[in-house]
Design a protein around this ligand. Structure first.
Ligand code: NOJ
Length: 573
């Protein structure tokens, strides 16, 4: 399948998505680069201090010029905004603060006119508790929509204890008692986000209708929110004990229980296949599904189906926890290559709207950020870039008590002396910290908005860390991303080649090296994670240096190459 020319998204006609299985050209989504826009924080078009769709449309030229090929938009649907859009009240409408349905259509057209693609966020697992379905469902035990959500009687005596021991994703019981009907409803995340009951065929039909609707509006793909929680076990039996105190990126068990009946249910894998059939049946160019799921790469590949007939992609969040060290990065790439070998296709994710910004993990070090970008944009897989990552936008500490994020509110009881060290090890309980407005320039609010006050403040270093300033500096993180995105687009080996790790056990431990192989030319990528210079053999002398994170790198390499601290290079073969 690899070793074949890629078709640029703009030139994509309506091709049968199954062609990949016949060894034809890979579909566009396998070689694309994705940029996540958090609409509330990206660009404010109407000066109310909140980002919106017209604001985003005004910045599309920036994104096209940056060279990203696909945008993923966090939810913009009608919502009480208790979880900033991940609590949907009307799946077919657009939140007034973000714009209108017309703005969505205009956005789709404008994105497509630039030869780019767009992915929408689908929150299938739950709705807002203000959704009319839930209002109806909670009204009485005999409501025709009662069974659209998961209601259960409590345990005796008096039904005042939750129906079983299931924990929500944030810890604590996920059951919520409703005084009116004296029953409990289940919510995998927060209490105002009740889970839908996918065992009810009407629910399934309605939600598949939502999926179909947005694909028909023009979405080229869908990102599926906490997809791993969709089906719960019908037995409602207690989850078994586990010794794990907290869930992690590669294991959803935690809070002292195995998530046996609540996460990764076999029926969810089957549903992934059903969704795939639906998505593949929509006329026009192929679309893709990417699942937000948590677990080891081996566990997660089950979502992609045994015959590559499930979700097209899943987020691999192990990347978020990988130490900035050669051996750790090599082991990560090795594992991803092993578990997501062809025909599966991996993803490389270093940040999103839920996690501390990647540069924070890297000690706010621009050199390290450039090296990680080089890894992300040269490894085999689809890179997901979180807005602001391309300028090294920093994480900003905001005390839990000032958090707008409902997760911050949930953990407000955690004292600062505990929150602080947790933050240091990469656990932030206030997601506002990674959602600050995009810094466009050094003007008021970093150019994000003309309002007096914005929903979150501009990050404190916006006068120097912003798009305009980095555009002027050829050595900036922004230019590094631009150069990488350009070379990835132009080089078949980088966007469609296979990957072979080089120098197993030989060579300096802090250098990760791999070859991207393609019939139209192969390249070698060398990444130096050491704090100092390292000399590596590169075979034949005179190989062209196609890229270096360091703008003053020589145009050609000798038989050996001196890589400076945090330098990453791409060499022609
Ligand atoms: C995961 C989303 O990324 C997060 O932002 C949201 O709060 C939860 N799912 C609940 O929808």
């Amino acid at each position: 399948m690899h070793g074949i020319a890629r078709v640029h998204p703009a030139g994509e006609a309506s091709r049968d998505p199954r062609l990949t299985k016949l060894g034809e050209e890979p579909p566009w989504w396998r070689s694309t680069t994705v940029y996540q826009v958090y609409p509330r924080s990206f660009a404010d078009g109407n000066g109310d201090g909140i980002g919106d769709l017209p604001g985003l449309i005004g910045r599309l030229d920036y994104l096209a010029d940056l060279g990203v090929e696909t945008l993923w938009l966090s939810p913009f649907y009608d919502s009480p905004q208790a979880d900033f859009g991940y609590d949907i009240r009307d799946h077919f409408d657009v939140a007034a603060e973000y714009g209108s349905r017309g703005d969505v259509r205009r956005l789709v057209d404008e994105v497509h006119a630039r030869g780019m693609k767009i992915v929408f966020d689908m929150v299938l697992n739950h709705t807002s508790d203000e959704h009319p379905w839930f209002r109806e469902s909670r009204a009485s035990r005999t409501s025709p929509r009662r069974d659209w959500y998961l209601w259960r009687e409590g345990r005796r005596p008096g039904g005042k204890a939750p129906p079983n021991n299931w924990k929500s994703m944030l810890g604590g019981t996920g059951w919520h008692y409703d005084e009116r009907t004296r029953e409990w409803y289940w919510a995998s995340f927060l209490g105002f986000q009740p889970d839908l009951n996918y065992r009810n065929p009407d629910v399934k039909r309605e939600m598949l209708g939502v999926v179909r609707h947005w694909l028909e509006v023009g979405a080229d793909g869908l990102r599926l929110d906490i997809f791993n929680a969709l089906f719960k076990d019908e037995s409602f039996a207690d989850n078994p004990f586990s010794a794990r105190p907290f869930p992690s990126e590669d294991n959803p068990d935690g809070f002292f229980q195995r998530s046996k009946h609540t996460i990764d249910h076999p029926d969810t894998f089957a549903f992934a296949r059903e969704l795939r059939v639906l998505v593949d049946s929509i006329p026009g160019p192929p679309r893709f599904l990417v699942g937000e799921v948590f677990g080891s790469p081996r566990a997660l590949r089950r979502y992609c189906g045994d015959r590559d007939d499930g979700l097209h992609l899943v987020f691999l969040f192990k990347t978020l926890r990988t130490a900035y060290r050669g051996p750790a990065v090599r082991a990560l790439v090795e594992e991803i290559e092993r578990e997501f070998a062809e025909p599966l296709h991996p993803t490389y994710v270093f940040g999103n709207h839920d996690r501390p910004r990647s540069i924070h993990r890297l000690g706010d070090h621009a050199g390290r950020a450039k090296l990680m970008a080089t890894l992300q944009l040269t490894a085999r897989g689809v890179p997901f870039i979180y807005y602001g990552e391309e300028i090294g936008m920093p994480q900003h500490t905001i005390a839990l008590e000032h958090g707008k994020d409902p997760v911050a509110a949930r953990f407000r009881f955690v004292p600062d002396w505990l929150a602080r060290p947790l933050r240091k090890i990469g656990i932030s309980m206030n997601r506002d910290e990674c959602r600050l407005p995009m810094a466009w320039d050094d003007g008021p609010n970093g150019g994000f908005s003309t309002a007096e006050e914005t929903w979150l403040p501009a990050h404190p270093l916006y006068e120097s860390i912003n798009v305009a300033a980095e555009r002027r500096d050829p050595d900036s993180i922004l230019h590094c991303y631009r150069r990488l995105l350009a070379i990835r687009r132009e080089t078949p080996a980088l966007h469609a080649g296979s990957l072979e790790l080089l120098g197993h056990g030989r060579g300096p431990a802090d250098v990760v090296a791999y070859r991207r192989v393609h019939s139209r030319g192969s390249v070698d990528v060398l990444l130096n994670f050491a704090d100092g210079d390292v000399t590596v053999p590169v075979g034949a002398a005179g190989r062209a240096m196609l890229f270096s994170t360091h703008v003053d790198a020589p145009p050609r390499a000798g038989r050996t190459l001196r890589l400076r601290a945090h330098e990453g290079v791409i060499l022609a073969r």
